[in-house]
Write a protein that binds this ligand. Structure first.
Ligand code: ZN
Length: 567
């Protein structure tokens, strides 16, 4: 949840009045419409919803809350935008003056000490074991500000509460619920996120078991998500000396690599890489080697991250780790040399990009080849370097045994949809489902069986954040979530929240979305599984098994028909 000032600012600010200073807005139903200030827009495609506190451009993807709008149009950081709005509204903010900020940093420092003390207590044994298991010995705990947040609800509240619970809440360390304030981090190994001067600005807590694996603090006056890289303060000198940066995903990956002598390692902290992170790297080096684990690196979100790095003018290489290894486990099981070897054998960006596409589709089949081309095309408009486009076209052509001109022609094709068109087209059951989730209209029984793996990578962070807050006893609204997400993940959020879902019967529409997004695909997947096993049983000639599977298949068919009739 956002800090107290953010909530107060948002509740007192009129988003229509604020945006109206820059954009001529006309009422349209419950919303307001105008021409988007962020792209040449004659449609108009820019929507503002006062009751949701959000805006979204259905032409160019931009979207967010009032603070995000001001950040984007005036090119301000989150704390700067906050300060400006607070001044206008006459709200006292602890971000503006140097004194306020140093007080906040000092409080975070106290939290670092508290987590460190807890790590060394008898109750901290499982956290110590977790760290030692990963080769993170005691000599590293202080250097990396590692710690332990004990189980229970009020350890930190009691230890630091005298400093002001509202301030701690503004820092994201405590949450206020119906029964008062309680600790955000409970029973977790704690990692401290520092700014480029090594000052603690945020925390992440890793669970010992169960989801969510990581709890992070929201945006605060000290910290805007997606603007920092983990370990950067310790890596900067090495980055400048070696002329390169190594980018990994997780906290322990960074520490393991740095300790193994790869001092130029920084972490993207799990979320997809952002423009701001790429620019931070580009200010310090011109070469980046990515070392994600194999599955993670091949994902569409990681590929988009590579393109963001390229667009920031960086040379990008991808170190392909052995299957099943992440940077941390690689160092632990095979030693520092294995890590250096993986980095020295890193593939150039274009080769990796094409191989990752090939790895996701069966290029032996015509359908697979088509899918590779369709997916490559989805990234195409974001690749601005013409030589790189040619390089990619050449690699794709050789992969698919096509002529380079054919691939080039297809990728450049005039039929290329603009981002907006692509966006508007993709409104299916998943979009409706997330829309209803954000509106708080999904029934409890559905929320209880949500599986993050069923959501596409673009929506997953939004749903994950929603679920995290829901587990903490809230039903967050879309604009509350907006403050809790990195700025570049807010756009799908505002889009889905402002989506117009036409329906005559609301309950029926919700039911429909749940059936079409959750239940039908689940039944379909199970049917496919049974069919595969049925084919195997047929080959093996086991009649009993075939009979059993056939009746299972029939039951699933019935189930499917029942679901279809419900619509
Ligand atoms: Zn726009």
């Amino acid at each position: 949840m956002p800090g107290p000032e953010v909530e107060e600012i948002k509740s007192r600010l009129s988003i229509v009045e604020l945006i109206g200073r820059y954009v001529a807005l006309k009422p349209s139903g419950q919303r307001f419409k105008g021409r988007c200030p962020f792209h040449p827009d004659d449609t108009p495609s820019f929507l503002v919803s006062p009751d949701k506190g959000l805006w979204h451009c259905f032409g160019c993807h931009a979207g967010g809350d009032a603070i995000g709008f001001l950040m984007k149009i005036e090119r301000l950081s989150f704390p700067e935008a906050l300060t400006r709005l607070a001044q206008e509204l006459g709200i006292e903010v602890r971000t503006g003056g140097g004194e306020g900020k140093s007080k906040l940093l000092q409080l975070n420092q106290e939290a670092v000490k508290y987590f460190a003390r807890e790590l060394r207590k008898p109750s901290g044994k499982k956290a110590r074991d977790y760290l030692l298991d990963r080769g993170l010995g005691e000599e590293l705990w202080d250097r990396y500000h590692l710690g332990f947040a004990p189980a229970g609800w009020d350890g930190l509240v009691r230890a630091l509460g005298r400093e002001g619970l509202d301030t701690l809440r503004g820092l994201g360390l405590v949450i206020s619920g119906e029964k008062g304030y309680y600790d955000r981090f409970r029973d977790r190994v704690m990692f401290t996120i520092s700014d480029d001067q090594g000052r603690p600005v945020a925390f992440a807590g890793r669970s010992f078991a169960g989801d969510p694996k990581y709890v992070n603090i929201p945006n605060t006056p000290l910290f805007t998500k997606g603007t920092l890289l983990y370990g950067f303060d310790l890596a900067r000198d090495a980055i400048r000396q070696t002329g390169q940066a190594v980018l990994v995903e997780g906290y322990t990956d960074v520490i393991s690599f740095q300790v193994a002598g790869i001092g130029e390692t920084v972490g993207s902290m799990g979320t997809a890489l952002t423009d701001a992170q790429a620019r931070l790297l580009a200010r310090n080096t011109d070469r980046v080697i990515i070392a994600y684990d194999r599955d993670a690196a091949g994902e569409a979100s990681a590929l988009r991250g590579l393109i963001i790095l390229r667009a920031a003018g960086l040379q990008v290489q991808v170190g392909v780790l052995p299957p099943g290894e992440d940077p941390d486990s690689l160092v632990r099981t095979h030693g520092a040399d294995a890590a250096r070897t993986a980095l020295s054998e890193a593939l150039p960006f274009h080769r990796f990009f094409v191989e990752a596409l090939a790895g996701r589709h069966d290029v032996g089949s015509v359908e697979g080849q088509e899918q590779v081309l369709v997916e490559a095309k989805a990234f195409w408009s974001e690749i601005r370097s013409v030589p790189l486009q040619h390089e990619l076209a050449r690699e794709l052509a050789s992969l698919l045994s096509l002529r380079e001109e054919e691939v080039w022609g297809y990728l450049r094709g005039d039929a290329r949809p603009t981002p907006g068109e692509r966006d508007r087209k993709r409104i299916g059951p998943e979009e409706h489902f997330v829309h209803f989730l954000l509106d708080g209209r999904l029934p409890e029984r559905v929320l209880e069986e949500l599986d993050l793996a069923e959501f596409c990578t673009e929506y997953r962070p939004i749903v994950a954040k929603w679920v995290e807050l829901w587990h903490a006893g809230k039903r967050p609204t879309a604009d509350e979530l907006a403050v809790d997400l990195p700025p570049d993940q807010v756009s799908p959020l505002s889009r889905l929240a402002l989506l117009e879902v036409p329906f005559s019967d609301e309950d029926q529409a919700v039911d429909d979305a749940v059936t079409r997004f959750l239940y039908l695909p689940r039944v379909n997947r199970r049917m496919q599984g049974v069919q595969v096993r049925l084919a195997e049983a047929e080959v093996a000639g086991s009649a009993d098994e075939m009979q059993r599977l056939n009746s299972e298949l029939q039951a699933l068919c019935q189930e499917r028909i029942r679901l279809l009739q419900r619509r």
